[in-house]
Design a protein around this ligand. Structure first.
Ligand SMILES: [Fe+2]
Length: 163
């Protein structure tokens, strides 16, 4: 799709994020299996459902605009996910691995928060009010997931790794 208007850029970014959510949904079960801390493992595996729902909501928005949901793949998320997979796969100490898993998961979340922030701003500027409501909803869920990871890291996982 040639990009010559904010609407085109908006649709391409939606396509990129749909692929990012899809990749995360496929990778999260592996990361969850590597977690030793029970609440962390549960949170990572619960995130698969939320991530799949985000992917499907983005596909629905793209469908509403007559855009092909699978046209673009996000290379930045692919790199972040590959790094998370490599890192968590090479750490032997369970507590340190949990700490690294949270750091990786938060990197993915922060990338998503940045992208959804831009998408929500663009939707508002373009007058796509229904899209905006969905994007703000997703953004809110990403922020909540990030906060939960921060609490888990500070209260439980990092102290165990430092002990
Ligand atoms: Fe998401």
């Amino acid at each position: 799709m040639p990009v010559s208007h904010l609407r085109d850029l908006y649709l391409v970014e939606l396509q990129e994020m749909r692929s990012a959510e899809d990749l995360m949904a496929r990778t999260m079960p592996t990361l969850a299996r590597r977690a030793s801390n029970e609440p962390l493992a549960r949170m990572l595996s619960d995130d698969v459902g939320e991530t799949s729902a985000h992917r499907d909501r983005l596909a629905a928005i793209l469908g509403g605009h007559g855009a092909d949901a699978g046209e673009h793949r996000d290379q930045s998320m692919a790199a972040l996910v590959a790094e998370a997979d490599k890192w968590s796969g090479m750490i032997e100490d369970p507590a340190c691995r949990d700490t690294a898993l949270i750091a990786s998961a938060q990197r993915l979340q922060h990338y998503e928060i940045a992208a959804y922030g831009s998408l929500a701003t663009w939707a508002k500027q373009l007058g796509f009010e229904e899209d905006l409501a969905v994007l703000l909803d997703i953004l809110d869920e990403e922020k909540k997931a990030d906060e939960t990871l921060t609490e888990l890291a500070k209260d439980v996982v990092n102290p165990q790794a430092a002990a």
